[in-house]
Design a protein around this ligand. Structure first.
Ligand code: NAD
Ligand code: MG
Length: 394
């Protein structure tokens, strides 16, 4: 933060689970942060409420109809300027007046605005893992050129970041042997595998430890979330796949660990509440109150660990294969997953067919280099079409 003036923060996806948690943290520190822009896809009434509360300079809605609705809802109440569509999102993510951007749109829809923030050299708080997974090499290139700062919000990556020295010259240079990426195993870790084909969207979205949007909740249930996070960690920490190991830790108290050459294993712990990584990244390298109670270790009593069950969670293997193949394979994996999850949530695909649909697409889409944004978007679109066909055939 420069001087004593508050930092202007854009919250992309402010009506979502991460967006709401971000606003909760920002509201605790009005002298440090101002809300510059808020954005939503469909929940316009909720966005209007947020505008009344935070009076941002801009609000962005995905559709023209939504923008019109928001204008009508807010007429005469606030001075917020209302923009629309992806151009509006890119503007509020990259304009000179904004200091930090919370990238909390879910899925590929967040790619352009997040990349715009990177290209504009902003401080980016990255929750939108799909954007990084689908276009990792583009992000890394843009980061090198612009000098933007990418701070991980995903609790695991935020934990790893906290367990590494800063700046980190490279994992080998700082003596890191392995990154241990923890995951709870989701709601179906112990469910009879024979029953998994009939689980419902509501069951899949009932995560034992975290309250999240529906897409990431399904990803957690298939453990594709851990697969996407595996790829995310490779890009964020410049790690080779063999330097990362997934460890199942059902209580979600340790958020991830870093194993050093000298035998030290550093862990970051805390209650499972996304306001901790959000506050950490916002204030980095300072620490601010996040509204999260301190972890009570005595009440917690125990922490358990086990190896992931690859039979039960084939998505983990698919993600690992995608990063090993490289090029467009992670882009294809992400696109196919988004379509398969949507089909599952709409009751068009069985839970156990999510992995099958993704695998089918990965086997049929060609692997090419990611030469630029247009190439990424074309690969994404093609994989989505293949995934719709695969879903229809399963
Ligand atoms: P969510 O579904 O609760 O919210 C998504 C937000 O994105 C909403 O504000 C929605 O309006 C917006 N959005 C959706 N589609 C859009 C589109 N086409 N155009 C513009 N905006 C659109 O999701 P969430 O749980 O808050 O997750 C957001 C991101 O953060 C995801 O990438 C997720 O993987 C990541 N993440 C979430 C958590 C968590 O605890 N919720 C933890 C780690 C990472
Ligand atoms: Mg996570």
């Amino acid at each position: 933060m420069q001087g004593n003036s508050p930092q202007a923060v854009t919250v992309l996806g402010s009506t979502g689970s991460i967006g709401v948690s971000t606003l909760d943290v920002l509201a605790r520190h009005p002298q440090k942060y101002t809300v510059f822009a808020l954005t939503a896809n469909e929940r316009v009434a909720e966005l209007a409420q947020q505008c009344r509360r935070f009076n941002p300079r801009y609000a962005v809605v995905a559709s023209e109809a939504g923008a019109k609705e928001l204008r009508e809802l807010l007429a005469g109440e606030v001075s917020t300027e209302i923009l629309q569509g992806v151009e509006g999102l890119c503007h509020v993510a990259s304009t000179d007046e904004v200091g930090a951007v919370m990238a909390a749109i879910v899925g590929a829809a967040g790619l352009r605005p997040t990349l715009a923030a990177v290209e504009a050299g902003k401080k980016i708080l990255l929750a939108n893992k799909e954007a990084l997974v689908m276009a990792g090499p583009l992000f890394l290139r843009a980061l090198r050129v612009s000098g933007a700062q990418l701070l991980p919000i995903d609790s695991e990556h935020n934990a790893i970041f906290q367990c590494l020295p800063y700046p980190c010259g490279g994992l080998e240079e700082v003596g890191v042997e392995r990154i241990l990426l923890t995951g709870s195993g989701g709601p179906f870790r112990t469910r009879e595998t024979g029953d998994l084909h009939k689980v419902t969207p509501d069951e899949a979205c009932a995560h034992p430890n975290w309250s999240m949007g529906r897409k990431i909740s399904v990803d957690s249930a298939t453990m594709m979330n851990k697969g996407l996070e595996f790829i995310e960690a490779c890009y964020l920490f410049n790690a080779r796949p063999e330097q990362i190991e997934v460890v199942v830790h059902p209580q979600s108290i340790i958020h991830s660990m870093v194993q050093y050459r000298d035998g030290s294993l550093l862990a970051q712990m805390g209650n499972p509440d996304m306001r901790t990584p959000i506050a950490h990244a916002l204030a980095f390298p300072s620490r601010i109150d996040a509204g999260v109670p301190a972890l009570d270790l005595i009440a917690q009593g125990r922490l358990d660990f086990e190896a992931p069950d690859h039979q039960r969670f084939p998505c983990l293997r698919l993600a690992r294969e995608a990063i090993d193949v490289g090029g467009s394979a992670p882009t294809v994996l992400n696109a196919a997953n988004e379509i398969a999850v949507e089909a599952f949530l709409q009751g068009r695909l069985a839970f156990t067919s999510i992995a099958a649909a993704i695998e089918k697409v990965m086997n049929s889409a060609p692997t090419v280099e990611l030469t630029g944004l247009e190439a990424v978007e074309a690969i994404d679109l093609n994989a989505r079409e293949l995934a719709q066909q695969a879903v229809g055939a399963l």
